[in-house]
Design a protein around this ligand. Structure first.
Ligand code: AMP
Length: 227
């Protein structure tokens, strides 16, 4: 986020447990508002796939459902935020996840005369989250999301959106690891709800409804806060 135009940039944070729909909603907001989705989970998976030093250190922690160290995550995030496509604003999906990350983000933004625009807390039911995460998979070509139980492609084995026929599942999307990820969320990330509430930037959304209803609620918030 290195340019002068950044003073007007929107910084939206999606907060919620695994399976709340952060990625799905971020993708829709990205298209609608010209913002860039920035998922630390995606960045870490890319680092693991590329076999970088950070990726090597993160791999086992991610497979166990724990949180990768703040130092690694912050370094990856900072690099990504420095890229020019973030100039209009970002949707942070899966970051911050700890108090230290939230404070570091504040510092990073303040150094550029910026601040968090809004934090949307996606409120969901824990047990439903495990079921959602355990069955999900995505199109390997376009990233469209599917689920064994809740959302199969209209034609079996063919992506509705791009016609692709290859699909992939995340290594950590199984019931056991999902439980550990949920526990990490409650222990380390949920306290951020109070942190942002205290700053007057928190919005709550019932994220148990349909994807479209949630999208409309979120779009109303983003319209209000975006420059
Ligand atoms: P996600 O794609 O957001 O579900 O993240 C997948 C995994 O990447 C998490 O279970 C963590 O191991 C790791 N991860 C992603 N974002 C963070 C973060 N902000 N802090 C620490 N670990 C993270």
């Amino acid at each position: 986020m290195g340019t002068d135009t950044m003073t007007q940039a929107t910084v939206l944070i999606l907060l919620g447990p695994p399976g709340a729909g952060k990625g799905t909603q971020a993708r829709m907001l990205e298209d609608a508002f010209g913002l860039v989705q920035l998922s630390t989970g995606d960045l870490l998976r890319a680092a693991v796939a590329a076999g970088t030093e950070a990726g090597k250190q993160a791999k086992a922690v991610m497979e166990a459902g724990g949180l990768v160290s703040d130092a690694i995550v912050l370094a990856i995030l900072k690099d990504r935020m420095a890229e020019p496509d973030t100039a209009r604003g970002v949707i942070l999906d899966g970051f911050p996840r700890t108090a230290a990350q939230a404070e570091a983000l504040d510092g990073l933004l303040a150094a550029q005369g910026m601040a968090v625009s809004s934090v949307i807390s996606m409120e969901v039911d824990d047990q439903a989250m495990i079921a959602r995460v355990a069955g999900r998979y995505t199109c390997a070509d376009c990233g469209e999301g599917y689920h064994d139980e809740f959302k199969q492609p209209a034609v079996a084995g063919v992506c509705d959106k791009c016609g692709g026929t290859a699909f992939k599942r995340r290594a950590d999307d199984n019931a056991e690891t999902a439980g550990a990820r949920l526990a990490a969320y409650h222990a380390q990330t949920a306290p951020l709800i109070a942190y942002y509430e205290g700053r007057g930037v928190l919005e709550r959304i019932d994220a148990m409804g349909s994807i479209e209803t949630i999208r409309d609620g979120m779009a109303a918030i983003v319209s209000r806060v975006s420059a």
